[in-house]
Design a protein around this ligand. Structure first.
Ligand code: FAD
Length: 480
């Protein structure tokens, strides 16, 4: 089969592009090198749907951020994705920072951000009780919100699959050539896939993909690491807004971000890397977070810190999103340099690519169904809903993850859903089992057994994360 479009990468960009293309009559295949969608930048970021106050004026970043922010409201109702409407506060301390705050306000106006205002300390402190006593003026951004990033990617991809798109995981693109009008993609150094068009949405690896076919690339990815601390759900309600310091050349700096499930993120740092896969935390990174966060709040309950993580931004030498057709190879599209605000801009990036960059005239898919349903999370159900759920399926009555109150039924659903998964981390991403205070210490063994039972695999073949990462290596007590 020759596909009309092959998309390389199933992060938020590949997934949104797949959904957007499924609105047209096209044969689309998404290829992902990992054993799950959304394992790159899309799983390790601040989860903020930014207002658009920060990107430089007249860039694709500013235009698509503001547009993307608005599009999330429709995606919430169509795709059952969570959105927490926190609003954002940018904090200035003293006269010099107030001047920068004023220029940020002007930039926001020029980017088309709605409903901004500048608050004084007393007004802001009423709304954000732990705000630093050093704050003098605060830019309020009511359209800032927070989501659950990989859930958005799953939702878009599931909806795309419902509308005819194909998805292959464990499929690394290892070579690309063009013969006549057809691109031939080599997968895992073994098999081949053919396509009339290719969309490069490979995140930090986008330049490596581009070099598989082109010689003269207009961007290089400059990976930039961001480290975080995560506070347990007990920190819920301590902070009400996304709290930003004033941006610097390094980016938006360390933030305080309330999350949709009640956790709080503190971070990220920003350090340039040579290695695109170095997602480890460092003691210097953690110290920097603890120092920088004092610019925002007077108190952080570090005793509630349950984990740390790091993500790698696909920043590029081009310094704006690079969304263009290849000059040398018609039908090869770069969607590259998608660092922050890429999560926010993703739906607008997909629309822009298809409506303004892709040259061929696509025919509408009249049967496109925009709806993706997701069952309500058990712990968010009312008592009556819980009773009904247990009556219909007894597995709702078996709590597997005690910290987050995740039931066996939700874990079974996560395994068998449209893009289900059979790894411990895959289940954590979908059902949140193991995301709480004990970080899976109690439930991981139980989740392992459920995966083995449901997928009919031996226990020692269940992977933690990617291929060949089994948790149980061999039996230590063998019955004689
Ligand atoms: C620390 C940090 C904080 C951020 N905070 C925010 C924020 O709060 N708000 C916001 O709007 N944006 C934020 N961003 C930016 C946002 O996360 C990214 O712009 C977005 O996730 C990019 O998605 P993507 O699909 O391009 O990349 P990715 O999610 O990295 O996806 C690329 C995919 O391509 C796959 N791939 C790579 N090579 C191959 C190959 N050879 N074959 C097949 N598949 C391949 C990868 O495995 C991966 O799944 C942040 C980013 C970071 C790192």
């Amino acid at each position: 089969m020759i596909y009309d479009y092959v998309i390389i990468g199933s992060g938020i960009i590949g997934s949104c592009v797949a959904r957007e293309l499924s609105k047209y009559q096209t044969k689309v295949l998404v290829l992902e090198k990992e054993n799950d969608a959304a394992n790159g930048q899309t799983i390790a970021n601040s989860a903020i749907i930014h207002s658009g106050h920060d990107p430089k004026e007249n860039t694709l970043k500013s235009k698509l951020c503001v547009e993307g922010n608005k599009m999330y409201d429709k995606m919430e109702s169509e795709l059952s994705i969570p959105l927490l409407r926190t609003g954002g506060f940018v904090v200035a301390r003293g006269a010099d920072e107030e001047k920068l705050l004023e220029s940020l306000y002007q930039r926001g106006l020029s980017n088309g951000v709605l409903d901004m205002s500048i608050l004084n300390f007393d007004e802001a402190k009423k709304l954000e009780p732990l705000l630093t006593k050093d704050a003098t003026k605060i830019l309020s951004l009511p359209s800032t919100k927070v989501t659950y990033p990989w859930e958005v990617a799953f939702a878009c991809l599931e909806n795309a699959i419902k509308n005819g798109v194909s998805f292959e995981k464990n499929s690394e693109v290892t070579g690309i050539k063009k013969v006549d009008d057809i691109f031939i993609l080599e997968i895992n150094y073994k098999t081949q896939v053919q396509a009339r068009n290719v969309i490069n949405a490979a995140g930090v690896f986008a330049d490596q993909i581009a070099y598989m076919i082109e010689k003269d690339i207009k961007y290089q990815i400059k990976p930039r690491k961001g480290e975080y601390l995560v506070l347990d759900r007990k920190a819920k309600n301590l902070y009400n807004h996304v709290l930003y310091a004033l941006p610097t050349s390094q980016g938006k700096g360390v933030l305080v971000v309330p999350q949709v499930h009640g956790n709080v993120l503190i971070g990220p740092t920003s350090s340039l890397l040579d290695d695109k896969s170095l997602v480890s935390n460092t003691s210097s990174g953690i110290k920097q977070i603890q120092t920088d966060v004092k610019r925002l709040v007077d108190h952080v309950p570090y005793e509630l810190n349950i984990r740390t993580f790091a993500g790698i931004r696909a920043s590029s030498t081009f310094e704006d999103f690079y969304i263009k057709e290849s000059i040398e190879y018609k039908g090869f599209y770069h969607v590259a340099g998608i660092d922050s605000p890429g999560l926010t801009a993703a739906p607008a990036i997909a629309k822009y690519l298809i409506e303004q960059v892709i040259s061929e005239k696509l025919i509408k898919n009249e049967n496109f169904d925009p709806i993706r349903l997701k069952k309500k999370t058990f712990y968010k159900m009312k008592d009556e809903e819980m009773k009904k759920a247990i009556q219909e399926n007894k597995a709702y009555g078996n709590i597997i993850c005690k910290c987050e109150k995740i039931t066996e039924a939700e874990i079974v659903d996560a395994i068998h859903s449209t893009i289900g998964n059979d790894t411990i981390k895959g289940i954590r991403k979908r059902a949140r089992a193991g995301s709480g205070l004990c970080q899976g210490g109690y439930c991981e063994g139980l989740v392992l057994k459920i995966i083995a039972r449901e997928t009919k695999q031996p226990l020692n073949q269940i992977n933690y994360y990617s291929l060949d990462t089994p948790i149980l290596v061999k039996e230590t007590k063998v019955k004689s």
